[in-house]
Design a protein around this ligand. Structure first.
Ligand code: NDP
Length: 266
Protein backbone atom coordinates (compact mmCIF):
# COMPACT_ATOMS: atom_id res chain seq x y z
CA UNK A 1 0.00 0.00 0.00
CA UNK A 2 1.22 3.45 -0.87
CA UNK A 3 1.23 5.48 2.38
CA UNK A 4 -1.80 7.79 2.48
CA UNK A 5 0.25 11.02 2.50
CA UNK A 6 2.12 10.03 -0.66
CA UNK A 7 -1.04 8.75 -2.30
CA UNK A 8 -2.86 12.04 -1.67
CA UNK A 9 0.05 14.05 -3.11
CA UNK A 10 0.04 11.90 -6.23
CA UNK A 11 -3.72 12.20 -6.71
CA UNK A 12 -3.63 15.96 -6.20
CA UNK A 13 -1.00 16.29 -8.87
CA UNK A 14 -3.19 14.21 -11.25
CA UNK A 15 -6.15 16.50 -10.52
CA UNK A 16 -3.96 19.55 -11.14
CA UNK A 17 -2.96 18.15 -14.54
CA UNK A 18 -6.63 17.59 -15.43
CA UNK A 19 -7.58 21.16 -14.46
CA UNK A 20 -4.65 22.60 -16.37
CA UNK A 21 -6.16 21.49 -19.67
CA UNK A 22 -9.74 22.48 -18.85
CA UNK A 23 -11.13 25.42 -20.82
CA UNK A 24 -12.66 26.76 -17.62
CA UNK A 25 -11.46 26.03 -14.07
CA UNK A 26 -13.94 24.41 -11.68
CA UNK A 27 -15.24 26.75 -8.99
CA UNK A 28 -15.98 25.60 -5.45
CA UNK A 29 -18.06 27.90 -3.34
CA UNK A 30 -17.96 27.54 0.43
CA UNK A 31 -20.77 28.99 2.49
CA UNK A 32 -19.64 29.50 6.08
CA UNK A 33 -21.95 30.62 8.85
CA UNK A 34 -20.19 29.58 12.06
CA UNK A 35 -16.95 31.48 12.52
CA UNK A 36 -15.49 29.38 15.37
CA UNK A 37 -11.92 28.09 15.38
CA UNK A 38 -12.76 24.53 14.22
CA UNK A 39 -14.99 25.64 11.32
CA UNK A 40 -12.45 28.21 10.13
CA UNK A 41 -9.64 25.63 10.33
CA UNK A 42 -11.61 23.20 8.14
CA UNK A 43 -12.54 25.96 5.68
CA UNK A 44 -8.94 27.20 5.44
CA UNK A 45 -7.76 23.63 4.78
CA UNK A 46 -10.25 23.32 1.92
CA UNK A 47 -9.19 26.66 0.43
CA UNK A 48 -5.53 25.59 0.58
CA UNK A 49 -6.34 22.27 -1.15
CA UNK A 50 -8.31 23.97 -3.93
CA UNK A 51 -5.53 26.47 -4.58
CA UNK A 52 -3.00 23.64 -4.67
CA UNK A 53 -4.78 21.88 -7.55
CA UNK A 54 -5.31 25.10 -9.50
CA UNK A 55 -9.11 25.27 -9.17
CA UNK A 56 -10.98 28.37 -8.01
CA UNK A 57 -12.56 28.81 -4.61
CA UNK A 58 -14.94 31.44 -3.34
CA UNK A 59 -15.73 31.80 0.36
CA UNK A 60 -18.92 33.53 1.41
CA UNK A 61 -19.19 34.19 5.13
CA UNK A 62 -22.70 34.84 6.34
CA UNK A 63 -23.67 36.50 9.62
CA UNK A 64 -23.92 34.08 12.53
CA UNK A 65 -27.45 35.31 13.31
CA UNK A 66 -28.74 34.69 9.77
CA UNK A 67 -32.24 33.21 9.73
CA UNK A 68 -32.92 29.77 8.31
CA UNK A 69 -35.10 31.40 5.63
CA UNK A 70 -32.32 33.74 4.47
CA UNK A 71 -29.79 30.90 4.41
CA UNK A 72 -32.15 28.81 2.27
CA UNK A 73 -32.56 31.79 -0.10
CA UNK A 74 -28.76 32.05 -0.37
CA UNK A 75 -28.56 28.32 -1.17
CA UNK A 76 -31.22 28.67 -3.85
CA UNK A 77 -29.29 31.57 -5.43
CA UNK A 78 -26.11 29.47 -5.41
CA UNK A 79 -27.96 26.51 -6.95
CA UNK A 80 -28.90 28.79 -9.85
CA UNK A 81 -25.49 30.43 -10.23
CA UNK A 82 -23.97 28.89 -13.38
CA UNK A 83 -20.46 30.07 -12.49
CA UNK A 84 -20.46 27.74 -9.43
CA UNK A 85 -19.43 24.15 -10.24
CA UNK A 86 -20.29 22.89 -6.78
CA UNK A 87 -20.66 24.14 -3.25
CA UNK A 88 -20.67 23.16 0.36
CA UNK A 89 -22.29 24.62 3.43
CA UNK A 90 -19.78 24.22 6.24
CA UNK A 91 -21.32 22.33 9.18
CA UNK A 92 -22.20 22.57 12.01
CA UNK A 93 -24.68 25.41 11.63
CA UNK A 94 -25.74 27.74 14.44
CA UNK A 95 -28.53 26.61 16.76
CA UNK A 96 -31.98 27.34 15.38
CA UNK A 97 -31.11 26.35 11.81
CA UNK A 98 -32.31 22.92 10.77
CA UNK A 99 -29.30 21.18 9.17
CA UNK A 100 -31.47 18.57 7.48
CA UNK A 101 -33.46 21.28 5.65
CA UNK A 102 -30.21 22.90 4.54
CA UNK A 103 -28.77 19.60 3.29
CA UNK A 104 -31.75 18.84 1.08
CA UNK A 105 -31.87 22.42 -0.24
CA UNK A 106 -28.52 21.99 -2.02
CA UNK A 107 -28.94 21.01 -5.69
CA UNK A 108 -27.95 17.30 -5.93
CA UNK A 109 -25.74 18.14 -8.94
CA UNK A 110 -23.81 20.72 -6.93
CA UNK A 111 -23.81 18.92 -3.58
CA UNK A 112 -20.10 18.04 -3.36
CA UNK A 113 -20.43 16.93 0.27
CA UNK A 114 -22.96 14.30 -0.76
CA UNK A 115 -25.25 15.17 2.16
CA UNK A 116 -28.46 15.42 0.12
CA UNK A 117 -29.90 11.87 -0.18
CA UNK A 118 -30.34 12.54 -3.93
CA UNK A 119 -26.81 13.88 -4.35
CA UNK A 120 -24.84 12.89 -7.44
CA UNK A 121 -21.79 12.59 -5.16
CA UNK A 122 -20.71 10.19 -2.43
CA UNK A 123 -20.07 11.73 0.96
CA UNK A 124 -16.42 12.61 1.29
CA UNK A 125 -15.09 10.27 3.99
CA UNK A 126 -16.45 6.97 2.59
CA UNK A 127 -15.62 8.07 -0.95
CA UNK A 128 -12.04 8.97 0.01
CA UNK A 129 -11.55 5.61 1.71
CA UNK A 130 -13.03 3.62 -1.17
CA UNK A 131 -11.04 5.49 -3.82
CA UNK A 132 -7.82 4.85 -1.90
CA UNK A 133 -8.52 1.12 -1.57
CA UNK A 134 -9.50 0.79 -5.24
CA UNK A 135 -6.40 2.68 -6.39
CA UNK A 136 -4.26 0.36 -4.25
CA UNK A 137 -5.85 -2.62 -6.03
CA UNK A 138 -7.44 -3.90 -2.83
CA UNK A 139 -9.23 -7.15 -3.62
CA UNK A 140 -12.73 -6.66 -2.17
CA UNK A 141 -14.73 -9.48 -3.73
CA UNK A 142 -16.29 -11.93 -1.29
CA UNK A 143 -14.25 -10.73 1.68
CA UNK A 144 -15.67 -9.86 5.10
CA UNK A 145 -16.01 -6.17 5.86
CA UNK A 146 -16.88 -4.92 9.32
CA UNK A 147 -18.02 -1.32 9.63
CA UNK A 148 -18.12 -0.14 13.24
CA UNK A 149 -20.39 2.90 13.60
CA UNK A 150 -23.62 3.61 11.70
CA UNK A 151 -23.75 7.38 11.25
CA UNK A 152 -25.33 8.87 8.14
CA UNK A 153 -22.08 10.53 7.05
CA UNK A 154 -19.64 7.63 7.58
CA UNK A 155 -20.87 4.19 8.70
CA UNK A 156 -23.99 3.77 6.58
CA UNK A 157 -22.63 5.14 3.27
CA UNK A 158 -19.39 3.21 3.84
CA UNK A 159 -21.30 -0.05 4.25
CA UNK A 160 -23.25 0.68 1.06
CA UNK A 161 -20.08 1.34 -0.95
CA UNK A 162 -18.39 -1.84 0.31
CA UNK A 163 -21.51 -3.87 -0.51
CA UNK A 164 -21.30 -2.49 -4.05
CA UNK A 165 -17.77 -3.94 -4.16
CA UNK A 166 -19.22 -7.40 -3.46
CA UNK A 167 -17.96 -7.60 0.11
CA UNK A 168 -19.94 -9.37 2.82
CA UNK A 169 -20.67 -6.41 5.06
CA UNK A 170 -21.60 -6.31 8.74
CA UNK A 171 -22.37 -3.07 10.56
CA UNK A 172 -21.76 -2.91 14.32
CA UNK A 173 -22.86 -0.09 16.64
CA UNK A 174 -23.17 0.81 20.30
CA UNK A 175 -25.81 -1.86 20.94
CA UNK A 176 -23.67 -4.66 19.49
CA UNK A 177 -22.66 -6.87 22.47
CA UNK A 178 -18.91 -6.85 23.01
CA UNK A 179 -18.64 -10.65 22.62
CA UNK A 180 -20.34 -10.42 19.23
CA UNK A 181 -18.05 -7.58 18.23
CA UNK A 182 -14.98 -9.58 19.23
CA UNK A 183 -16.09 -12.46 17.00
CA UNK A 184 -16.77 -10.11 14.10
CA UNK A 185 -13.38 -8.42 14.48
CA UNK A 186 -11.65 -11.80 14.49
CA UNK A 187 -13.27 -12.76 11.18
CA UNK A 188 -12.95 -9.42 9.41
CA UNK A 189 -10.73 -8.87 6.37
CA UNK A 190 -11.44 -5.14 6.31
CA UNK A 191 -12.49 -3.07 9.32
CA UNK A 192 -13.64 0.53 9.02
CA UNK A 193 -14.13 2.06 12.44
CA UNK A 194 -15.86 5.42 12.96
CA UNK A 195 -17.15 5.73 16.52
CA UNK A 196 -15.20 8.56 18.13
CA UNK A 197 -13.68 6.52 21.01
CA UNK A 198 -9.95 6.87 21.45
CA UNK A 199 -8.10 3.55 21.14
CA UNK A 200 -11.31 1.47 21.21
CA UNK A 201 -9.86 -1.28 18.99
CA UNK A 202 -6.91 -2.36 21.07
CA UNK A 203 -4.54 -5.25 21.56
CA UNK A 204 -7.12 -7.22 23.57
CA UNK A 205 -9.06 -8.00 20.35
CA UNK A 206 -7.92 -10.81 18.04
CA UNK A 207 -7.39 -9.87 14.39
CA UNK A 208 -6.63 -11.65 11.14
CA UNK A 209 -2.97 -11.04 10.38
CA UNK A 210 -4.01 -10.16 6.84
CA UNK A 211 -6.66 -7.65 7.97
CA UNK A 212 -6.80 -4.02 6.84
CA UNK A 213 -8.03 -1.44 9.33
CA UNK A 214 -9.21 2.00 8.30
CA UNK A 215 -9.39 4.26 11.33
CA UNK A 216 -11.79 7.15 10.80
CA UNK A 217 -11.92 8.38 14.40
CA UNK A 218 -10.57 11.75 15.41
CA UNK A 219 -10.30 12.12 19.17
CA UNK A 220 -8.15 13.84 21.77
CA UNK A 221 -6.58 11.68 24.46
CA UNK A 222 -5.82 12.70 28.06
CA UNK A 223 -2.62 14.43 26.89
CA UNK A 224 -4.68 16.40 24.34
CA UNK A 225 -3.01 14.51 21.48
CA UNK A 226 -4.95 13.60 18.33
CA UNK A 227 -5.82 9.90 18.38
CA UNK A 228 -7.88 7.53 16.29
CA UNK A 229 -10.40 4.88 17.34
CA UNK A 230 -7.57 2.29 17.33
CA UNK A 231 -4.48 1.78 19.42
CA UNK A 232 -1.30 2.10 17.42
CA UNK A 233 0.53 -0.86 15.84
CA UNK A 234 -2.23 -3.48 15.86
CA UNK A 235 -1.03 -6.87 14.56
CA UNK A 236 -2.59 -6.54 11.08
CA UNK A 237 -1.38 -6.11 7.50
CA UNK A 238 -2.39 -2.45 7.23
CA UNK A 239 -3.67 0.18 9.65
CA UNK A 240 -4.31 3.76 8.58
CA UNK A 241 -2.61 6.34 10.82
CA UNK A 242 -4.25 9.14 12.79
CA UNK A 243 -3.40 11.92 12.12
CA UNK A 244 -2.34 11.76 8.46
CA UNK A 245 -4.86 9.12 7.37
CA UNK A 246 -8.57 9.29 6.66
CA UNK A 247 -8.63 13.06 7.27
CA UNK A 248 -6.43 13.51 4.20
CA UNK A 249 -8.55 11.11 2.15
CA UNK A 250 -11.69 13.04 3.13
CA UNK A 251 -10.13 16.31 1.97
CA UNK A 252 -9.04 14.65 -1.25
CA UNK A 253 -12.53 13.31 -1.97
CA UNK A 254 -13.96 16.84 -2.07
CA UNK A 255 -11.40 17.74 -4.74
CA UNK A 256 -12.25 14.61 -6.73
CA UNK A 257 -15.96 15.45 -6.50
CA UNK A 258 -15.28 19.00 -7.71
CA UNK A 259 -13.31 17.84 -10.75
CA UNK A 260 -15.93 15.16 -11.52
CA UNK A 261 -18.68 17.80 -11.31
CA UNK A 262 -16.85 19.94 -13.88
CA UNK A 263 -16.09 16.95 -16.12
CA UNK A 264 -19.76 15.99 -16.06
CA UNK A 265 -20.66 19.48 -17.18
CA UNK A 266 -22.64 20.48 -14.09
P1 NDP B 1 -21.44 9.71 15.24
O1 NDP B 1 -21.33 10.16 16.65
O2 NDP B 1 -22.49 10.30 14.36
O3 NDP B 1 -21.67 8.12 15.24
C1 NDP B 1 -20.91 7.28 16.03
C2 NDP B 1 -21.31 5.85 15.77
O4 NDP B 1 -20.49 5.02 16.59
C3 NDP B 1 -22.76 5.55 16.14
O5 NDP B 1 -23.34 4.76 15.13
C4 NDP B 1 -22.64 4.76 17.45
O6 NDP B 1 -23.64 3.77 17.62
C5 NDP B 1 -21.31 4.07 17.27
N1 NDP B 1 -20.68 3.72 18.54
C6 NDP B 1 -20.48 4.53 19.60
N2 NDP B 1 -19.88 3.83 20.60
C7 NDP B 1 -19.72 2.58 20.14
C8 NDP B 1 -19.17 1.39 20.70
N3 NDP B 1 -18.68 1.37 21.94
N4 NDP B 1 -19.15 0.27 19.95
C9 NDP B 1 -19.66 0.28 18.68
N5 NDP B 1 -20.20 1.36 18.11
C10 NDP B 1 -20.23 2.50 18.83
O7 NDP B 1 -20.00 9.85 14.62
P2 NDP B 1 -19.43 10.10 13.13
O8 NDP B 1 -19.70 8.93 12.26
O9 NDP B 1 -19.82 11.43 12.68
O10 NDP B 1 -17.87 10.14 13.48
C11 NDP B 1 -17.21 9.07 14.09
C12 NDP B 1 -15.77 9.44 14.32
O11 NDP B 1 -15.15 9.70 13.08
C13 NDP B 1 -15.55 10.71 15.15
O12 NDP B 1 -14.36 10.56 15.90
C14 NDP B 1 -15.37 11.78 14.11
O13 NDP B 1 -14.61 12.88 14.60
C15 NDP B 1 -14.60 11.01 13.06
N6 NDP B 1 -14.74 11.55 11.70
C16 NDP B 1 -13.59 11.71 11.00
C17 NDP B 1 -13.61 12.15 9.71
C18 NDP B 1 -12.33 12.28 8.98
O14 NDP B 1 -12.29 12.97 7.97
N7 NDP B 1 -11.27 11.63 9.42
C19 NDP B 1 -14.87 12.50 9.04
C20 NDP B 1 -16.05 12.23 9.85
C21 NDP B 1 -15.96 11.77 11.13
P3 NDP B 1 -25.22 4.11 17.81
O15 NDP B 1 -25.71 4.42 16.43
O16 NDP B 1 -25.78 2.87 18.37
O17 NDP B 1 -25.28 5.29 18.73
Amino acid sequence: MLPIKEYVMKKKSELKDKILIMAEKPLLKIIQVNDDYASSTYVNGKIKDINEIGATVELEKLPIDISEKDLLIKIEETNKDDSVTGFIVQLPLPKGINEEKVKIAVDPKKDLDGFNPLSHFESATPKGILTYLIDQNYDFKGKNALVIGRSNIVGKPMAKLLLAQDMTVTVAHSKTPIDTLKKLVKEADLIVIAIGKSGFLNHSFEYKKSAYIIDVGINRNEENKLTGDCEKDLPVAFQSPVPGGVGLLTRLALLINLVEAKENGF
